[in-house]
Design a binder for this molecule. Structure first.
Ligand code: SAM
Length: 330
């Protein structure tokens, strides 16, 4: 069977697929207050197109899919799409990244469909600050989702973007959540994908700085063995039920074992978060491409995967990194 391997011998087994570019929040680190220029609906991949792309990729060895956005649950009929995807028996894991505000009522269904894990994005444990960060008043709904997730069989990871001078005082509070709860908190380095570009006056909290801050609070941090393609460096506090990790998203020290590709909501194929897109699948499919042609395209496009995120950034046609993560699919 043909598999997707890049020229560095890395096998691609993981697809991150953006369901939409729309979002119900307006997080300050992701987009400006007025939002982003969302595309016309007909420019978005249809569910049928997403299903087909995923099926062809899964025949080539992709066994894990993460559905993201935008906010995946704002797109109509997302649950039906999940249902059809769950019939693809090449897929070992279907995971979802969500802000959680709309999903409390769907949790039983997600369990029934065999969804593996939910990454819930929440950057503060304080209601007032939540509203400042997200520019929306949905803290109660998000916390309700967290409680329901904790009572479910789904694996839970909390995504916390570390925002200088905003939530760096809460890192220990987040680690404390892992004391009696079976979840993994992952601190993410902030990236300039915010719809306007890097805010140069801000200091970036990198992995070392995040770790140093947490280390001040504990004497008993145990490093955990990282899975080969893990994006986070993982730890746990001795005796705590859950764990925590740090994702060096901006300093990019994790690229060596990368096993992933991305497809944006408009069908742009990305070999790396930091490239500016290598191929538009939507147009290729809409011109009548066959499954065989799609397979060939995937095999050859993955060959161009850059060694790491710095090479990807240097190769960009548009040198300015300023897209919103909501457009890219976070
Ligand atoms: N709406 C969903 C959510 O909030 O989880 C999925 C899409 S969101 C773009 C995916 C992830 O990207 C979230 O965890 C979010 O916090 C993260 N993210 C967005 N902008 C970011 C940035 N500039 N730097 C680092 N992470 C970012």
């Amino acid at each position: 069977m043909a598999v997707l391997k890049d020229k560095f011998g890395r096998q691609i087994t993981y697809l991150r697929l953006a369901i939409t570019d729309r979002c119900n929040l307006r997080c300050t680190y992701c987009m400006p207050a007025h939002g982003i220029d969302i595309v016309d609906r007909k420019e978005l991949l249809t569910y049928k197109e997403m299903y087909r792309i995923t099926r062809v990729l899964s025949v080539l060895g992709v066994n894990k899919v993460r559905l993201t956005g935008g906010e995946p649950f704002v797109r109509k009929d997302f649950i039906h799409f999940l249902e059809s995807l769950s019939f693809n028996d090449h897929l070992e894991e279907i995971n979802i990244t969500t802000n959680g505000a709309l999903i409390a009522k769907h949790i039983a269904k997600l369990e029934e469909l065999g969804i593996n894990a939910i990454n819930l994005s929440i950057d503060t444990l304080k209601a007032v600050k939540f509203k400042q960060i997200t520019r929306r008043d949905l803290f109660k709904e998000t916390m309700q989702t967290l409680d329901k997730l904790l009572a479910s069989s789904l694996k839970i990871k909390l995504n916390v973007v570390v925002i200088p001078d905003v939530n760096t005082d809460e890192l220990i509070d987040f680690v404390e959540l892992t004391k009696n709860k079976n979840l993994s908190v992952r601190f993410i380095e902030e990236m300039p994908f915010n719809g306007v570009g890097l805010r140069k006056t801000d200091e970036v909290w990198n992995m070392d700085k995040i770790y140093a801050k947490i280390e001040k609070g504990y004497k008993n941090i145990i490093p955990l063995k990282n899975k080969k393609s893990s994006t986070s460096r993982n730890f746990k506090i001795d005796g705590y039920q859950g764990s925590f990790g740090i994702i060096p998203a901006f300093t990019r020290t994790i690229c060596n074992d990368c096993n992933r590709i991305r497809i944006t909501a408009t069908g742009m194929f990305k070999n790396c978060l930091f490239d500016d897109g290598v191929f538009n699948l939507r147009d290729f499919i809409r011109k009548g491409a066959s499954d065989e042609e799609l397979k060939k395209l995937f095999i050859s496009t993955v060959q161009q995967k850059p060694e790491n995120g710095f090479v990807a950034e240097a190769n960009r046609k548009n040198k300015d990194i300023s897209e919103s993560m909501s457009t890219i699919g976070g």
